[in-house]
Design a protein around this ligand. Structure first.
Ligand code: NDP
Ligand code: 2IT
Length: 449
């Protein structure tokens, strides 16, 4: 096992995030390999850690002043054993091949947990949409899709949104795909309602996180009602995590973006949440403006020198990190435990570092790992694909009911898989094992391809 991991590191020494994601899965599936010697013999670890296909391309575009820019585009088609490649697109200046590969790798096991037939992929670009006009974003998306369109399709690879890619970007990307291929098809999910989108897809990731957290709490004989929650980020996942916590009687006291965070001791209610939605989704402003509107709240500027994020020091019961990878380090994890947090449920992908996860497990914090906890987003993407194939739309109750059922099923799958391997209550082990076994068995069924 060590040899396989060393070889992965040696092959691509700079891909730190990818190594981190692979290491976690490899460590937790060790007992599965011990119990199934044919997995080793047939090199399943080597196969599942190598993408089926990596696409990298130039994305040239022109800004409003006539200046030409060149960004880099990516699509990593990681695994198609259980369905067409499926996973979001991220537009953020920090995007590298390592980031996209880690996200694609995580997506394979997450999608496997959803009960739906979706393989795993991820894509994106180091393009920074911040401060760009709609027409600049449109030209970028069109140039990006001019290349991507050759590689995707409703039965091949179905992208969606992620950081920096929301309804606006999906619209521009879809428009270009339709023009180039001359077909109106469910090639992207997260579409707007009037042209093939699904009800509940915008809400799905955040709602799903809170359904998953509720399942964990119920299993432990508690509930989310009356609990105070720390939420990071203020984008799609953070907003709908907050909304569902409020609906279930909990309290949210923080939101953040990459510049800093707000702490509102009175609690962020639905009216304040609507303000945040307007601020972030329509005006594309910064979270600090929350305090102009609600002056009783405090704004704390991000300070990378500090070594920890003070957002995670406030007294609370639950934490839902919903911004980005590695946003909770070891010190943050210790601070969370000290401030009374008993449940961490991950909306973002891989938001906790390995040493932070160790603290949670050692301290008996209920830890809901991202591949299980945030799978509601891609699950409703799968439901959007199903509706597109049938050329009809389900009502809100139908989609939300199915989402709730899927999150329940992921919860029980994690519990059962962890118990089967003697790691009761370890959701990380349960999610990795259950996700892994389904995918590798499908790979073995299909032979050496
Ligand atoms: P959005 O673009 O809507 O929001 C992202 C939020 O995170 C913003 O508040 C942003 O702040 C903040 N953020 C992004 N990068 C950083 C950074 N490097 N440091 C600090 N803050 C940062 O994205 P989503 O809400 O869709 O995604 C959030 C997380 O959830 C990601 O990890 C994503 O992979 C994951 N996720 C998303 C799903 C979805 O369906 N959208 C599904 C499953 C997981 P700023 O405005 O300053 O950039
Ligand atoms: O990380 C994720 O699961 C997503 N960004 C959603 C992917 C999708 O295809 O809906």
């Amino acid at each position: 096992m060590e040899q396989i991991f060393s070889r992965i590191v040696q092959r691509d020494p700079e891909q730190k995030e990818f190594h981190q994601a692979v290491h976690e899965v490899m460590e937790t599936v060790r007992p599965v390999l011990d119990r199934n010697p044919e997995y080793r013999q047939l090199a399943v670890l080597e196969r599942v850690t190598e993408p089926e296909r990596v696409i990298m391309f130039r994305v040239p575009w022109m800004d409003d002043q006539g200046q030409v820019h060149v960004n880099r585009g990516f699509r990593v088609e990681m695994n198609s054993a259980i369905g067409p490649y499926k996973g979001g697109l991220r537009f953020h200046p920090s995007v590298t091949l390592s980031i996209i590969k880690f996200l694609a790798f995580e997506q394979v096991f997450k999608n496997s947990l959803t009960t739906l037939h979706m393989g795993g992929g991820k894509g994106g670009s180091d393009f920074n949409p911040k401060g760009r006009t709609d027409s600049e974003v449109m030209r970028f998306c069109q140039s990006f899709m001019a290349e991507l369109s050759r590689h995707i399709g409703p039965n091949t690879d179905v992208p969606a949104g992620d950081i920096g890619v929301g309804a606006r970007e999906i619209g521009y990307l879809f428009g270009m795909y339709k023009k180039l291929r001359n077909e109106f098809t469910g090639v992207l999910t997260g579409k707007s309602l009037s042209w093939g989108g699904s009800l509940i897809r915008p809400e799905a990731t955040g709602y799903g996180v809170v359904y998953f957290a509720s399942e964990m709490l119920t299993y432990a004989g508690e509930s989310i009602e009356g609990k105070t929650c720390l939420v990071s980020g203020s984008g799609n996942v953070a907003q709908y995590t907050c909304e569902k916590i409020l609906q279930l009687g909990g309290r949210v006291v923080t939101f953040s973006d990459s510049s800093g965070y707000v702490f509102d001791e009175e609690g962020i209610d639905q009216e304040k949440l609507e303000f945040v939605k307007q601020l972030k989704n329509i005006r594309r402003g910064r979270i600090r403006e929350y305090c102009d509107k609600y002056p009783q709240a405090v704004y704390i500027e991000a300070d990378p020198e500090l070594g920890y994020n003070p957002l995670w020091t406030h007294k609370a019961d639950c934490a839902m990190p919903s911004a980005t990878q590695n946003e909770i380090n070891e010190q943050d994890a210790k601070n969370l435990v000290r401030s009374g947090v008993r449940l961490v449920c991950e909306g973002a992908n891989m938001p906790s570092t390995p040493s932070a996860i160790n603290i949670f497990l050692e301290e008996g914090v209920l830890y809901g790992p991202s591949k299980a906890a945030n799978a509601g987003g891609v699950a409703v993407s799968g439901l959007e694909m199903a509706q597109n194939s049938m050329r009809l739309s389900w009502p809100r109750e139908e989609v939300e009911g199915r989402l709730k059922q899927i999150m329940k099923s992921i919860h029980i799958t994690c519990i059962d898989a962890a118990a089967e391997y003697g790691m009761d209550g370890n959701y990380m082990a349960g999610a990795n094992i259950a996700g892994f076994v389904k995918v590798v068995n499908a790979m073995l069924d299909q032979g050496l391809v």
